[in-house]
Design a protein around this ligand. Structure first.
Ligand code: UD1
Length: 373
């Protein structure tokens, strides 16, 4: 049973779902969607684009406080796990969906596999850090994307459950590369963009958007940058809701800067051609590294320290620093050239096949459970 609910989970799971369905591995797959993300452009669009089969159930949990959202997911997931008693529950990433499914499976003594295990930002103020740590400590299979993740798991005494598989996001980029190339020209034309001539922006973390003063400071920086360089900002629903309440945010700026959330292929094209990415997303820091676009991360910590190598990604605490840093990157092509020479720490794009083989082998060899021994 694969449990998903939020946009990045669909992207990370897609290569593994295709691997299991196309090459079978003797496994049946039941997909459950918690409904954490429910807008078409945050969920349905990815099922279509990534050729994912429809989930057997959507629990329609929607939004709410962390406790309410997670609790509702748990109480709605439990009957499904009891009824179908899956051999293994697979949870991707670090969202509230991940945590809810992990706790339910562990309490029912169902072997749990964590896709993207072992990430640590060291910042317990991030809800995702709490979700990651708890999920890893309930899991019997820890599919770690990088060597750093393996070291983190070993440090916490979880080494015997850990497998270095590579990152399924790298698989997604490898699989989609031909279609990204094919669609590139049309997508750039549709957005009336010139390659290397715009900044791609994604900002949605509570630490950046929930405090109106902080959000206003970020917008002021973007407005300043937009005088000399185009900004392309696909807006996450959380950010959209916060912006609507922001009085200083005028209609003109909105029309100039913001666009709707984009599909994955569209996003990869926008990312590949941007002069730099400004983000607070976890996944996009890594994707920008892999497509050789310099990244500025509007956070004080990262769960992907590998991306900091060679100045490919830079943590920026204060929005006021952005105009200077963006101008520097935009004029300094050497960063992009350097990025092309860096080793890709996220694997060879074949993580899914390794993971499917490990899951398949456990059906023959039996599972050593971390919980309920
Ligand atoms: C979640 C994940 C985060 C991930 C992000 C990607 C957690 C704790 N966080 O954050 O790790 O980076 O997804 O998008 O799980 N909303 C809509 N339409 C939707 C979905 C959400 O309007 O389709 C609104 C909700 O009303 C809510 C807000 O967006 O107020 C935030 O949604 P939520 O599910 O709480 O978390 P994300 O911020 O999306």
């Amino acid at each position: 049973m694969l449990v998903v609910g939020a946009r990045p989970q669909l992207i990370k799971s897609a290569p593994l779902v295709r691997e299991i369905l196309d090459n079978h591995h003797g496994l049946n797959l039941d997909i459950i969607h918690t409904g954490q993300h429910y807008d078409k452009e945050m969920s349905a669009v990815f099922f279509e684009e990534l050729h994912l089969p429809q989930p057997s159930a959507n629990l329609k949990v929607g939004s709410g406080s962390h406790a309410k959202q997670t609790a509702m997911m748990m109480s709605r997931l439990e009957p499904f796990m009891i009824a179908t008693r899956p051999d293994i529950v697979l949870v991707p990433g670090d969202t509230n969906t991940t945590l809810a499914a992990a706790v339910v499976a562990a309490k029912l003594c169902i072997p749990l596999a964590h896709l993207e295990a072992g990430l640590r930002s060291g910042d317990m103020n991030m809800p995702e850090e709490v979700n990651r740590i708890l999920t890893d400590h309930c899991s019997s299979f820890l599919f770690a994307p990088t060597r750093t993740a393996i070291s983190n798991l070993e440090r916490e005494g979880l080494g015997r459950y850990a497998y270095l598989t590579g990152d399924t996001n790298a698989d997604a980029l490898r699989i989609l590369a031909p279609i990204v190339t094919k669609m590139e020209k049309a997508i750039m034309k549709r957005h009336q963009l010139v390659s290397q001539n715009y900044v791609l922006v994604t900002v949605h973390r509570p630490s950046n958007v929930d405090d109106p003063t902080r959000l206003a400071r970020i917008l002021a920086a973007l407005k300043f940058v937009s005088k000399t360089r185009r900004i392309v900002f696909p807006v996450h629903p959380r950010t959209r809701a916060r912006l609507a309440k922001l009085k200083a945010f005028d209609k003109e700026t909105k029309e100039k800067l913001l666009i709707r959330p984009q599909g994955f292929i569209e996003t990869l094209v926008l990312l590949k051609n941007a002069c730099c990415l400004l983000t607070d997303s976890g996944g996009m820091q890594k994707e920008s590294f892999m497509v050789h676009t310099p990244c500025l991360t509007l956070r004080s910590s990262t769960e992907w320290p590998e991306t900091l190598a060679g100045g490919a990604n830079r943590l920026v605490a204060s929005p006021e620093e952005l105009p200077r840093l963006i101008t520097k990157i935009a004029f300094d092509q050497s960063v992009r050239h350097r990025l092309k020479t860096l080793r890709n720490p996220f694997g060879d794009g074949h993580a899914s096949s390794r993971i499917a083989k490990i899951i398949q082998a456990t059906r023959i060899l039996g599972v050593s459970l971390q919980t309920c021994n």
